[in-house]
Design a protein around this ligand. Structure first.
Ligand code: TYM
Length: 332
């Protein structure tokens, strides 16, 4: 079986973009690959945060993975900072990574613009840590949304450079990106990628009243100004979301009724809210259960970290040796 790695930042609670673009696939891939799923807390340190809430967020996100169907009996679920080999490998890889390539990363440029007063070195190193996450396990497969593909390409470049310099050490990881619009779910503004930092997201675990309220504020076709104007479903993000949460036969009906103005945006959004709530209800129920048993959750993460660490240690022995480092103090 090929090995698969993926991760998610505990910056805030997971949203439906994370679910449709990533976690839903993680669950489906568990039987086909040897999977490792990681809460990447070290990545989350690159943005300003309150240390008092970080611990909560890490546990919340791990609980969300399990609630969505990630099964610790099949997959290794753990927290990045519990496996220090990730940071050690980051350094080894950084010395094979061009500064120019890091500066050209779209996400680095975006985040630097967003945090002009805090462009920390961690933001620049972010993709190297991401490559280390994957390569610590010599993983071949990485399910992600489209926004992470550039980082994966850089990881592949680092592998090629490393292997050329030090001999065959790592496989080139390949991304698995969802088909169609799930690879890039837009936010409630109907414009930018749904993202925790942009405040345009619907959290995966949310009070039903909040989901209804958020969806009521969602942008639709900007040219549809009056209730009687015909709409254009093909440019409307609410319609795109119906595609994920509404029965296919009804989606066709919605498209027709939008074009003929038989259906207004307010009602269309209400219908989406109810369908979304039906889809999210089992996740929410399971999440509350898993999160209430913090001891059990911590035990899952501890077992996952132990398994992950054993694998990562093996890779680091190989990488250090191939790079010509002396196994100082260690017996070969
Ligand atoms: P993060 O935490 O921003 O997002 C986690 C996953 O969700 C996907 N995603 C989306 N997919 C579709 N539409 C959206 N609006 C959307 N927003 C987020 C992301 O593509 C991602 O798959 N750097 C990564 C985390 C990471 C990682 C790794 C991933 C760290 N190390 C190693 C894979 C392998 C990140 O910030 O994801």
């Amino acid at each position: 079986m090929e090995r698969l790695f993926s991760g998610m930042q505990p910056t805030q609670d997971a949203h439906i973009g994370n679910w449709l673009g990533a976690i839903r696939n993680w669950v489906a891939l568990q039987d086909r690959y040897e999977c490792l799923y990681c809460v990447v807390d070290l990545h989350a340190l690159t943005a300003p945060y309150d240390p008092r809430v970080m611990r909560e967020r890490v546990l919340n996100l791990a609980a969300a993975f399990l609630a969505c169907g990630v099964d610790p009996a099949k997959s290794t679920v753990f927290v990045q900072s519990a496996v220090p080999e990730h940071t050690e490998l980051t350094w080894l890889l950084a010395c094979q990574t061009g500064l120019g390539a890091l500066e050209r990363m779209t996400q680095f440029k975006d985040k630097s613009d967003q945090n002009a007063d805090n462009i920390n070195a961690g933001l620049l190193f972010y993709p190297v840590l991401m490559a280390a996450d994957i390569l610590a396990y010599r993983a071949q497969v990485v399910p992600v949304g489209e926004d992470q593909v550039q980082h994966l390409e850089l990881a592949r470049e680092i592998v090629r450079k490393f292997n050329r310099a030090f001999g065959d050490t790592f496989p080139e990881p390949r991304p698995i990106v969802p088909e169609g619009s799930a690879k890039r779910i837009l936010g409630l503004d109907g414009n930018a990628k749904m993202s925790k930092s942009k405040g345009n997201a619907i959290a995966l675990v949310e009070e039903p009243a909040t989901v209804r309220k958020l969806l009521a504020s969602a942008y639709t076709d900007p040219e549809r100004k009056r209730r009687t104007d015909p709409g254009r479903p093909e440019v409307c993000n609410v319609f795109t979301l119906h595609g994920f949460f509404t029965a296919p036969s009804r989606v066709e009906g919605i498209a027709g009724d939008c074009r003929s103005a038989a259906l207004g945006c307010v009602d269309c959004k209400k219908e989406l809210a109810e369908n979304l709530l039906v889809a999210l209800e089992p996740i929410r129920r399971r999440y509350l259960e898993v999160r209430a048993d913090e001891e059990g959750l911590r035990a899952v993460l501890a077992a996952g970290a132990e398994r992950a660490r054993a694998l990562a240690r093996e890779t680091l022995v190989l990488a250090r040796r191939n790079m010509g480092l002396v196994e100082g103090g260690r017996r070969a």
